[in-house]
Design a protein around this ligand. Structure first.
Ligand SMILES: Cc1cc2nc3c(=O)[nH]c(=O)nc-3n(C[C@H](O)[C@H](O)[C@H](O)COP(=O)(O)OP(=O)(O)OC[C@H]3O[C@@H](n4cnc5c(N)ncnc54)[C@H](O)[C@@H]3O)c2cc1C
Length: 433
């Protein structure tokens, strides 16, 4: 019995490794079109910044490691051109056909050019693969550009802006929407705008880009452009084989990560998942989710019955000194989803004052009728990661505000104040319910 996996990064290799654990006798083959597998795209901004010196530092495992330690065959330079499910085989670009009994599609996503004219020019970069990162860094080191435009204020755009600014470039971020980080959240947008301003990065909202010119984008002059205008799931290969896409455009899977074709699973950035607050399908492509989906897809492809229930949409991004974190729904998003949201935003010290406590802002959103917690944001230089994870756990547990306000959170002056900012925000919100 052979398990074939298409895609050799987070989701694909998690699937392969988990399948091996479940079934030591399974033949497992991973087909990857690129030259490298098992790398951390998440580390690319830090490679651009220079904190990561060599691109190899972002590679976790080699094909040789998988062969030796896991008895998994990883073939690089192997692009799958078509899937013929009736014959249980895939066709590679080179013409070779490879049989499978079970298939995991983990083809990821690609940067979307959003109809922008001029993206093929040599001064335009994306930040998705190791080669993208190497190309941009080479340009920064050899050509020494002075001005950059980043198109898109999602987390990749903000991380790119941060990295380029740290290298001394003048940076302008152009965002087509009225908010940042893909979250309809005026408060969070204000916080990020202020932070960027403070570090000399200009953010222009509602700036729809239609063309990139050799020396400018819209009115912003530049020598380099980073295109970070969003991601498109690589779902076409699957669709051509009869795999159904969901309303998000990504591959539709059930909670076992199986598609509408029996024995064909999908995971990671090419697939959609369930948003546990709305209960509806969502496309939130992140590494953390890709690993979990891949793990479940791999286990089930090897005969297990495991579930991946979904996500609450938790993310965090470093913007200069601060962690900007969010989970669940903003008040505006909650309203659109049919809730009656009420929200409170507070600012308070992240630690005791005599331990250098810095201001942290917390916003919580709850449903007025039921008191159910629906989402939150945390922004600050200290402890934003831990605090957002508490909110995320509460969302998973479908807590209401009264339960949340009673949480036994840790206190000691070097780490937190006696009233944690999360609890202060909860108290404030309870008063408004
Ligand atoms: C700059 C950057 C920063 C990020 N930071 C974070 C972060 O801080 N936190 C976080 O959670 N996530 C982050 N992510 C997202 C995270 O990297 C992705 O969610 C994750 O890599 C998705 O894994 P995947 O396996 O689904 O897809 P991918 O990593 O895209 O891998 C898919 C693979 O499939 C291969 N493939 C596609 N089509 C074919 C084909 N036809 N035949 C053979 N092979 C094929 C591709 O070459 C690719 O190697 C970041 C991403 C980027 C780009």
């Amino acid at each position: 019995m052979r398990l074939l996996v298409i895609g050799g990064v987070a989701a694909g290799l998690s699937a392969a490794a988990r399948a091996r654990r479940k079934d030591p006798s399974l033949e497992i083959v991973v087909l990857e079109k690129g030259a490298v597998v098992s790398y951390s795209a998440c580390g690319l901004p830090y490679f651009i910044e220079g904190r990561v010196r060599q691109v190899d530092e972002l590679v976790v495992y080699t094909p040789e490691y998988f062969r030796r330690e896991r008895n998994i065959t990883v073939r690089t330079g192997s692009r799958v051109a078509a899937i013929a499910h009736a014959r249980r085989e895939v066709a590679l670009e080179c013409g070779e056909r490879v049989h499978y009994d079970r298939l995991v599609i983990a083809t990821g996503a690609r940067p979307c050019a959003d109809g922008i004219v001029g993206v093929e020019q040599p001064h335009v970069f994306t930040l998705q693969t190791l080669e993208d990162g190497e190309r941009l860094r080479r340009c920064l080191e050899e050509k020494r550009p002075r001005r950059a435009v980043v198109i898109g204020a999602g987390y990749i755009g903000l991380e790119a802006a941060d990295a380029l600014r740290r290298r001394g470039l003048a940076v302008t971020v152009l965002e087509r929407g009225p908010w940042v980080l893909g979250r309809d959240d005026a408060g969070l947008t204000k916080t990020v705008t202020r932070l960027l301003e403070l570090h000399g990065v200009e953010l222009r909202l509602n700036a729809r880009v239609s063309a990139i010119e050799p020396d400018r984008v819209a009115e912003a002059r530049c020598d380099v452009v980073v295109l970070a205008a969003g991601l498109r799931p690589n779902a076409e290969l699957a669709a051509e084989a009869g795999v159904q896409a969901g309303r998000t455009g990504a591959i539709q899977v059930d909670d076992r990560m199986e598609t509408n074709l029996r024995g064909v699973f999908a995971a990671g950035d090419c697939a959609e998942t369930c948003h546990l607050v709305t209960g509806r399908p969502a496309y939130i492509p992140l590494g953390t989710t890709a690993n979990k989906m891949g793990r479940v897809a791999g286990a089930n492809a090897a005969g297990a019955r495991e579930r991946f229930a979904g996500v609450v949409g938790t993310s965090i991004v470093r913007v200069f000194d601060a962690g900007i974190a969010s989970t669940g729904l903003s008040a505006a998003e909650a309203r659109r989803e049919g809730f009656d949201p009420v929200s409170a935003r507070i600012e308070s010290a992240a630690r005791a004052g005599y331990f250098g406590g810095r201001p942290t802002s917390v916003e919580l959103v709850a449903d007025r009728g039921t008191g159910r917690l629906l989402g939150g944001t945390v922004a600050g230089e200290q402890g934003a990661d831990g605090r957002i994870n508490v909110i995320a756990a509460a969302l998973h547990a479908r807590m209401n505000l009264e339960q949340f306000e009673q949480l036994d959170l840790a206190y000691s002056p070097p780490f937190a104040p006696v009233w944690d900012p999360l609890l202060i925000a909860a108290q404030q919100l309870i008063r408004l319910l």
